[in-house]
Ligand binder design. Structure first.
Ligand code: ISL
Ligand code: CA
Length: 525
């Protein structure tokens, strides 16, 4: 089981309002007590923070805001003492525009020119019609050399050029550097986009024109097979790919001799129209069907309901009001009873919710600001524009971790870099850690049950029932089975089975055919 830490928002120890590595170390005991096997650290490398660490200016350093390399070494050692592995974030589709490679690349005659993708314009326009993930052009003109460079994300994140074999050599060195330090693996950022097979105009789309030339191309598969052979296998290191717009078929290929597992996105898309900014009502039936499809498609999934890019799951798939506790626990049962590696995002284990943002200046994320600007340009009315951002902004997940009911939820003694959710009086770790019925301790119990159950770890998956309100499935290993039934609604639901309960968010005894609001049951079958 992996626990994702977003270092900037986890725990500040020196009062600058920014989480740091010492802060992570200070909570390792609690994480061990929760029962986790690994921590995935969102980027801690030096970065100008255009995309808070996903724009890296030095792959083998530590951002001074977060501490020093000595702190990082200590974190690895302290985690190891507690049997916790460290997984680093590997961001190699792009660097920061302040990375020394890019600074030199701006000079046409530099040996670094070909580290990036430079092209002349077409009659004063960009080289092609592609659009970026962050709602802006994906070509930026550079005065210095009179050409454009490609950036699929912000203009401060130029894409690397994998036609140049030197780039992959650099990547291998970076991987060796961290593996030699004792990290156990990598979460590989947008790893299915590395290789651009052509730079011609793409088919016009509402979002991501050009993507047919860079999503899961053969060149990317080749790179991953090379890394697997030369680095991942020799170091016995774990890899999970973040693979956007991946289909089950692409996923199978990426997990065959390339990566160990991948994050897919389809289940994050059931509450949207075409792009994530246009939200629609959550549909549990669709959700269950998508999850089942992926459970069957891959040998081993990376299962998640939250990360630093997604709004909070209890606000989205559960009920942050009346059934807050019940629905947060129900989502925990879902995550922990699927086949694959469960990933829990910081704060999910205490049921943290979305933030009630009231204005754009509370929001720091570059993506949100770009989308808001674009929506304005498209004359989308202010009310709609604001609603889009408020519900979907990645900052919903990035507000500081709520440790206690003291000032700033115990996150910092200074001014937090992003506002703390005012509900910290009600939702915080301290109030939950010693309360046996809390969401946090439900997670602990569920993690323990999972770790002791061969059925939950190794069993196959079979969907039983998927309706508007109910999702039920069976896991089987050898001659043992467990049935999980989840009620995604505030109304009682019939589920025609009975049996002894292994765990539920309502009962300890026998299950007899009726699920309470947002109830989850695991039944011995
Ligand atoms: O939210 C998304 C899809 O629902 C997207 O933001 C998608 O996850 C993202 O565009 C890719 O994410 C990764 O790479 C980005 C970085 O901003 C994200 O934080 C990271 O997770 C660029 O490095
Ligand atoms: Ca700090």
């Amino acid at each position: 089981m992996v626990y994702q830490v977003y270092p900037r928002s986890f725990q500040d120890t020196n009062g600058d309002g920014i989480g740091d590595i010492q802060g992570i170390i200070s909570h390792l005991d609690e994480l061990q007590d929760l029962g986790i096997g690994a921590v995935w650290l969102s980027p801690v490398y030096p970065s100008p923070n255009a995309d808070f660490g996903y724009d890296i200016s030095d792959y083998c350093g530590i951002n001074p805001e977060y501490g020093t390399m000595a702190d990082m070494d200590r974190l690895i050692r302290e985690a190891e003492k507690r049997d916790i592995k460290i997984i680093m974030d590997l961001v190699i589709n792009h660097t920061s525009d302040e990375h020394p490679w890019f600074l030199q690349s701006r000079d046409k005659n530099s040996p670094y020119r070909d580290y990036y993708i430079w092209r002349p314009g077409r009659n004063g326009n960009p080289p092609n019609n592609w659009t970026s993930f962050f709602a802006e052009d994906c070509w930026e003109y550079d005065e210095k050399s009179g050409e454009y460079y490609l950036h699929l994300f912000s203009k401060k994140q130029p894409d690397l050029n994998y036609y140049n074999p030197k780039v992959l050599e650099e990547v291998k060195n970076i991987l060796r550097f961290w593996l030699d330090k004792g990290v156990a693996g990598f979460r590989c950022d947008v790893i299915n986009l590395l290789y651009k097979s052509s730079l011609e105009d793409g088919k016009k789309r509402l979002a991501l024109t050009g993507s047919e030339y860079y999503i899961s191309q053969e060149g990317t598969h080749e790179i991953l097979r090379t890394l697997r052979r030369e680095i991942f296998d020799p170091y016995n290191c774990f890899t999970v790919g973040e693979t956007v717009f991946v289909t089950p078929e692409m996923g199978r290929k990426l997990c065959d001799g390339e990566l160990d597992t991948i994050f897919s996105f389809e289940h994050m898309e059931v509450d949207q129209f075409y792009v994530k900014w246009f939200k629609r009502k959550f549909n549990a039936e669709k959700f269950g069907k998508v999850i089942s499809r992926w459970q069957n498609a891959l040998e081993w999934n990376a299962n998640y309901l939250e990360n630093h890019d997604q709004p909070r799951s209890v606000s989205r798939f559960g009920d942050e009001g009346k059934y807050w506790t019940e629905s947060a626990k129900m989502l925990c049962v879902l995550l922990m009873t699927l086949r694959g590696t469960p990933f829990v995002y910081q704060g999910q284990e205490i049921g943290m919710t979305n933030f009630d943002f009231t204005s754009m200046d509370q929001i720091k994320d570059v993506e949100s600001h770009n989308v808001y600007r674009l929506a304005k340009k498209l004359h989308i009315p202010e009310r709609i524009r604001w609603n889009m951002i408020k519900k979907t902004t990645r900052d919903n997940a990035r507000t500081p971790m709520q440790w206690n009911d003291g000032p700033n939820a115990g996150f910092t003694t200074g001014t937090p870099w992003l506002a703390v959710n005012p509900n910290y009086n009600r939702i915080n770790m301290k109030s939950q850690i010693n309360c046996p019925d809390s969401i946090r301790n439900f997670y602990k119990k569920m993690i323990e049950i999972r770790s002791q159950s061969d059925v939950l770890k190794f069993g196959n998956f079979e969907a039983i029932e998927t309706t508007k309100c109910l999702f039920a499935y069976k896991r089987t290993y050898k001659d043992q089975s467990l049935v999980t039934a989840l009620n995604f609604s505030p109304v009682e639901q019939k589920f025609n089975r009975s049996g002894e309960v292994l765990l539920s968010n309502y009962r300890t005894e026998f299950f007899n055919g009726v699920l309470k609001p947002y109830e989850a049951v695991i039944i011995k079958a």
